[in-house]
Design a protein around this ligand. Structure first.
Ligand code: J9N
Length: 495
């Protein structure tokens, strides 16, 4: 590969001699030449710039000087032959020449650009000063059929193109075979095709200045490779969600498995069924104005969770009694009840129709077993089954029970990990209010629900009877002791 740099500061490029790239140049893998633009100046003062036509600050680099420099370095044929080649759309067969012009006004240089440039036979860098090179220069070489790339290395301003050229050269050269010692490190790195940032890495000592990997990365030292890989992927997802939401929004949903989706949900992103990409998820306490939407969601999701032996009439009778605007409104307004809702923050096309921004797609209800001033328990709190015992507070004193009355997710978001996030959030909310046991009853036959509750730490302690529209059903009763949770630390870290 041939690299040419044209600049008024040739010494600036000397650092290349010190690097890997310089070593590659020594072995002939890369043929690098740096040229002083002033060689092509016409006057005694070797002038390369002039004041901008139309006025304005700074100086603009002259097209005539650049033209002669680039004709030489690109080894272009004389004017007439060039015109003929441009007309036939052909340049020297079998060689690919690219003219790179670093500029803050260019298209953004990425790993994809580097991969592309690594296939060129010659790359010529035209390093101008910040105010720029006369715009006819790139235009002219494009007309001649030269591949011209005006590239920005990021949204900030440098004084000249030299540092940008160094960046591009390093990124491109290390992709050439033989330049890097270990080709694996080219594959497994940030901005590779996975679309995620790299996971955090560690080495010995395992415990350093109180940062103990045995507690913060339990899988890492297990020796169980699939587990290590899974933990790393989860951390890569968490890190990308934290630092590069733009990259999360571009992830291809088809390459995300159930565990990826759960990790995304825990970091504020949902993947509805049939959606192409993750979308931002919002979890918050319900407000009074959310009640009508919650009633709609509650009545749509309740029948999905009912055993098949119940009739439509029985299910409807139950919903008309228990899933009303009055009941949900009373819960929303009661400080002893935590109503959490989840919604997407953007309109999202999904398999079973679009999900609207702000429309509730999941909710949970936690009801504390606490009396109000009149000695009354909250509306809709089921009698606590005998199998549920209420541990004392860790610091001593009476415990507090709460019923996890509802956790429902819209069918369009099944498999997105949203249930787990709602569960974590319900547990955290209960814990913050001093709950020492959280209990729930769920239909005996609802395997999917049992599995989700077990994943979140609930254990089966017994059964109860539960009436739906006059039909008595058998429920499994499960409990979870929030134990030592940190109420300051949200389990869910969405926006
Ligand atoms: N990304 C980027 C490129 C540049 C310059 S200044 C002069 C040439 C290129 N600044 N920032």
């Amino acid at each position: 590969m041939r690299l040419d740099v044209v600049t008024i500061f040739p010494d600036y490029l000397r650092v290349l001699e010190l690097s890997l790239i310089g070593k590659a140049a020594g072995t002939g893998l890369i043929d690098l030449a740096v040229h002083d633009l002033r060689r092509w100046a016409h006057d005694r003062h070797r002038t390369v710039d002039d004041t901008p036509l139309g006025g304005g600050a700074g100086m603009v680099m002259r097209p005539d000087v650049w033209g002669e420099a680039l004709d030489t370095v690109l080894d272009l044929p004389a004017e007439r032959a060039a015109a003929r080649e441009a007309a036939t759309g052909r340049r020297r067969a079998g060689t690919r020449q690219v003219l790179v012009v670093p500029t803050p006004a260019g298209e953004v240089f990425t790993q994809r650009t580097a991969e592309d440039l690594a296939h060129a036979d010659q790359v010529v860098f035209a390093c101008g000063r910040y105010e720029g090179i006369d715009a006819r220069v790139p235009e002219h070489y494009r007309q001649l059929g030269v591949e011209v790339r005006e590239l920005s290395i990021g949204d900030y301003v440098l004084n000249g193109g030299e540092v940008a050229a160094l960046v591009i050269i390093e990124a491109v050269a290390r992709l050439r075979p033989g330049v890097l010692g270990n080709p694996d490190s080219v594959v497994e790195e940030s901005h590779s095709r996975a679309g995620l940032l790299e996971y955090p890495v560690h080495t010995r000592p395992v415990s350093w200045r109180g940062h103990d990997l045995a507690t913060s990365w339990p899988g890492l030292l297990s020796g169980n490779h699939p587990r290590v890989a899974r933990e790393r992927r989860e951390r890569a997802i968490a890190r990308t969600a934290d630092r590069r939401p733009d990259m999360v929004a571009r992830l291809d949903a088809q390459h995300l498995d159930g565990k990826d989706r759960a990790a995304l949900a825990h970091n504020g992103w949902a993947v509805p069924r049939g959606a192409a990409h993750p979308v931002p998820l919002s979890l918050r306490r319900a407000l009074a104005e959310d009640v009508p939407g919650l009633v709609v969601l509650a009545r749509r999701t309740f029948p999905d969770a009912c055993p098949s032996f119940l009739t439509t009439e029985q299910v409807t009778e139950h919903m008309d009694r228990h899933l009303t605007a009055e009941r949900l409104g009373a819960w929303q307004a009661d400080p002893r009840v935590i109503v959490t809702l989840a919604c997407l923050t953007e309109d999202t096309p999904a398999e079973a129709g679009p999900v609207r921004a702000g429309e509730p797609v999941g909710y949970s209800v936690v009801i504390l077993e606490a009396e109000d001033d009149a000695g009354a328990l909250p509306a809709g709190l089921d009698p606590r089954p005998a199998a549920v015992n209420v541990p004392h507070r860790p610091a001593g004193g009476p415990g507090l029970a709460a019923e996890l009355s509802k956790v429902y997710v819209d069918a369009r978001l099944r498999g997105s990990g949203l249930v787990d996030v709602l569960l974590s959030e319900a547990v955290r909310g209960a814990c913050a209010l001093g709950v020492t046991t959280l209990w729930l009853g769920t239909h005996d036959g609802n395997r999917r629900a049992h599995k989700a509750y077990r994943r979140s730490g609930f254990v089966k302690v017994g059964t109860r009877r539960y009436d739906v529209g006059g039909q008595s059903c058998r429920d499994v009763v499960m409990t979870l002791s929030p134990g030592a949770c940190d109420p300051q630390q949200p389990v869910w870290s969405g926006r």
